[in-house]
Design a protein around this ligand. Structure first.
Ligand SMILES: Nc1ncnc2c1ncn2[C@@H]1O[C@H](COP(=O)(O)OP(=O)(O)OP(=O)(O)O)[C@@H](O)[C@H]1O
Ligand SMILES: [Mg+2]
Length: 326
């Protein structure tokens, strides 16, 4: 297999509050390979956004990387200065957020916003920049690009605005794009069109993507591999179809059983009882122990080691006797 583009190893991130430090990410390790789309799923508060913010050097001021490394093309980002990290953002690695309006300036036309970023990244003259802007707008599927060039963000639909944000994210020719719930605010048909666009970009631009979502349908549509997070830990990881067909961790099993199935219309929806513990409520042992119907005594006290079953990995004591340690 080729070298990973991104390799996160044993990453711990904590928040500092008045009464002490609280771990929000524990021992996070995963890699993203060239031209790969990796999904991150998990309930609210599991640490999906925090993981992406750590990769981009955009942690909140009260959060800190305590341990671990984030290697991008062999360079450890953790040791970079703020300026160096800033030069990586938007060029090598770029980010797309859930709500496109937060990334766009409401007072500037679409054409101007794309052009300004293009100007920063290239030395071309205004005429060339305009041509590049229109070409980029067409590449991300914006209709009537010449006309939209003069439009303001509020004149566009949510789906079109997200295409503008994607266009801007592509300008620095980033080879890794991190998209945090990029389609959640869109209705289903527009969602599908944006997902199709991500798949196309992987093919045409060789872009790798980390795709954060609550929605397994969305993850299944675009991702090659999926990482399941729970309470700041990665509990399972593997190829998307393998995880959907044969989930091993009771948390993943619960999440997959909770996917609404129209064939089971009328039957009660499955839910995982309880909720993700807040940072202050987290303690040793397996993070899922309080909600797990299959818990054993050891789960209360000991964090499970990772086990590898081919390219499927799980951290759960149920599999202690099986497979190989990772
Ligand atoms: N600025 C902050 N100050 C304190 N705690 C924070 C801050 N940002 C995040 N957290 C905590 O860190 C944990 C992980 O948060 P994160 O935003 O990564 O969750 P998430 O998986 O992205 O959830 P969601 O699906 O709701 O976006 C949560 O417990 C959250 O409360
Ligand atoms: Mg989030």
């Amino acid at each position: 297999m080729s070298q990973p583009l991104l390799s996160v190893q044993n990453l711990d991130v904590s928040f500092t509050f008045q009464d002490g430090d609280y771990a929000a990410l524990k021992n996070i390790s995963f890699s993203v390979y060239p031209k790969e789309i990796v999904g991150i799923v998990g309930e609210s508060g599991c640490g999906k956004s925090l993981t992406s913010h750590a990769i981009l050097g955009m942690l909140p001021t009260n959060a800190m990387i305590k341990k671990g490394s984030i290697q991008y093309r062999g360079t450890d980002l953790v040791s970079l200065t703020n300026e160096e990290w800033q030069s990586i953002r938007g060029s090598a690695i770029s980010m797309i957020f859930q709500e496109p309006m937060t990334s766009l300036n409401p007072l500037l036309t679409i054409g101007r916003q794309i052009s300004e970023v293009l100007k920063k990244h290239t030395g071309f003259c205004n005429k060339e920049i305009k041509e590049m802007t229109i070409a980029l707008m067409k590449e991300v599927g914006l209709p009537r690009a010449e006309e939209l060039y003069r439009a303001y963000p509020h004149q566009l639909s949510g789906g079109m605005r997200q295409r503008v944000v994607i266009a801007i994210a592509l300008i620095g020719e980033a080879d890794l794009v991190i998209a945090d719930e990029p389609t959640t605010a869109l209705d289903v048909t527009i969602q599908l069109q944006i997902l199709e666009l991500f798949r196309k970009l992987k093919q045409t631009r060789n872009t790798s993507l980390v795709f954060i979502s609550h929605d397994w349908g969305v993850i299944r549509k675009v991702c090659d591999r999926v990482i399941v997070m729970y309470a700041g830990h990665i509990v399972e990881e593997g190829p998307i179809e393998e995880i959907l067909q044969h989930p091993k961790h009771p948390y993943t099993q619960g999440l997959i059983q909770s996917i609404p199935d129209y064939k089971k219309r009328g039957e009660p929806l499955h839910t995982i009882p309880g909720r993700v513990p807040a940072l202050r409520e987290r303690r040793g042992g397996c993070p899922f122990v309080d909600r797990c119907s299959l818990r054993m005594d050891i789960c209360q006290t000991t964090y499970p080691e990772g086990k590898k079953h081919g390219n499927h990995q799980v951290k759960c004591h149920l599999y202690a006797q099986e497979a190989i340690n990772i």
